[in-house]
Design a protein around this ligand. Structure first.
Ligand SMILES: [Zn+2]
Ligand SMILES: [Zn+2]
Ligand SMILES: [Zn+2]
Ligand SMILES: [Zn+2]
Ligand SMILES: [Zn+2]
Length: 328
């Protein structure tokens, strides 16, 4: 629905999987709302961190019921290797060849659901092209993820004058408000100067991207990463500063060989308590979910850089300063 922000529904139990040994499911604390806690700064930062990490990896695959630590470990063993092997990259491409939008977990589809609510993990990659990523939300007719740009924060209009979300999410995208519209078609001009209707939502494999010289970024264990390959990926194509999208040279830790749960990324990003520089109360209100994604990955990236510097014996650069204690 238009005008309704995406409700962050994290009213679920909080577990700290794999941290300091086993945790009985009944030992889980209740976490009413991650967002609220972050703003209030009322929850232990590390617990929120663990929870967010869990969510990034598991997505909705736990059907709303938190995995036990054992289930979580099993899930990671089973899913992450496949995810790394069969990652699909999703972008919204201009006829000029530029990816004007790199789709991330929170990027809405034409059907109004988020990218992460679509099928994004494949045991085996489909052989036909294009690859369709159907929506997994019950009763949604969406047969394949389709990006539709916004005009600022407003939905764009079809040539029939109705908004994108006045149209059916089923194939054909017929208008639900008028009978004359033959299907959604928008002349909205993208930042690249081309109209929206000449762009395409492209779903491709790592090999397909590499063959075109497009960035593939680093391997990450997170669900529904879509086209995010760097830390400025969420900016529109013409605003991105580095066209590689990689952000930095492959990090040293990726070179160490590991297997299964020994995956270097996981090792590096295991929910350990970092040097106290990370505070979960830095969240700014009114940021969009997409901006939150960016902040999350950016933070992880900075933590990693800091670790690298430390391991090379250099002084770590100063992290973000701690928020001052609240004044009464
Ligand atoms: Zn949907
Ligand atoms: Zn959809
Ligand atoms: Zn229409
Ligand atoms: Zn219409
Ligand atoms: Zn464009």
């Amino acid at each position: 629905m238009r005008g309704q922000g995406f409700a962050i529904d994290e009213g679920k139990a909080l577990v700290r999987p794999g941290l300091r040994g086993e945790l009985a499911p009944q030992g889980a604390e209740r976490l009413p709302n991650v967002e609220a806690l972050r703003i209030q700064g009322g929850a232990p930062a590390e617990a929120v961190q663990d929870y967010l990490e869990y969510r990034r990896i598991v997505g909705d695959d736990d059907q709303g019921k938190l995995f036990t630590p054992q289930e979580y470990e099993d899930y990671k063993k089973r899913v992450i290797p496949v995810r790394l092997r069969n990652r699909l990259y999703v972008s919204w491409r201009s006829p000029t060849g530029m990816d004007c939008k790199l789709v991330g977990p929170e990027t809405p589809c034409f059907c109004t659901h988020r990218y992460k609510q679509h099928k994004t993990d494949f045991e085996e990659l489909p052989s036909e092209r294009p690859i369709h990523l159907p929506c997994r939300v019950g009763h949604c007719q969406c047969k394949g993820y389709l990006y539709v740009p916004l005009n600022g924060t407003s939905p764009i209009r079809c040539r029939c004058k109705h908004f994108a979300d006045d149209h059916s999410e089923a194939n054909g995208h017929r208008c639900k408000k008028c009978s004359t519209c033959p299907g959604f078609h928008s002349s909205f001009t993208c930042g690249c100067g081309k109209p929206a209707y000449v762009h395409q939502t492209v779903v491709e494999t790592k090999e397909e991207r590499l063959a075109q010289g497009k960035p593939v970024g680093q391997d990450v264990p997170y669900a529904a990463m879509g086209g995010l390959t760097g830390f400025s990926s969420l900016a529109e194509g013409y605003m991105r500063l580095d066209d590689s999208g990689r952000g930095a040279q492959p990090l040293a830790f990726l070179e160490s060989s590991g297997s299964r749960m020994d995956h270097p990324f996981l090792k590096a990003y295991a929910p350990q308590i970092s040097g106290g520089s990370s505070s979960s109360s830095q969240a700014v209100s009114h940021v969009t979910s997409e901006e939150e994604d960016m902040a999350y990955f950016e933070k992880r990236y900075q933590e990693q850089l800091k670790k690298e510097k430390t391991s090379k014996g250099l002084k770590p650069t100063k992290g973000p300063t701690q928020p001052r204690p609240k004044q009464p």
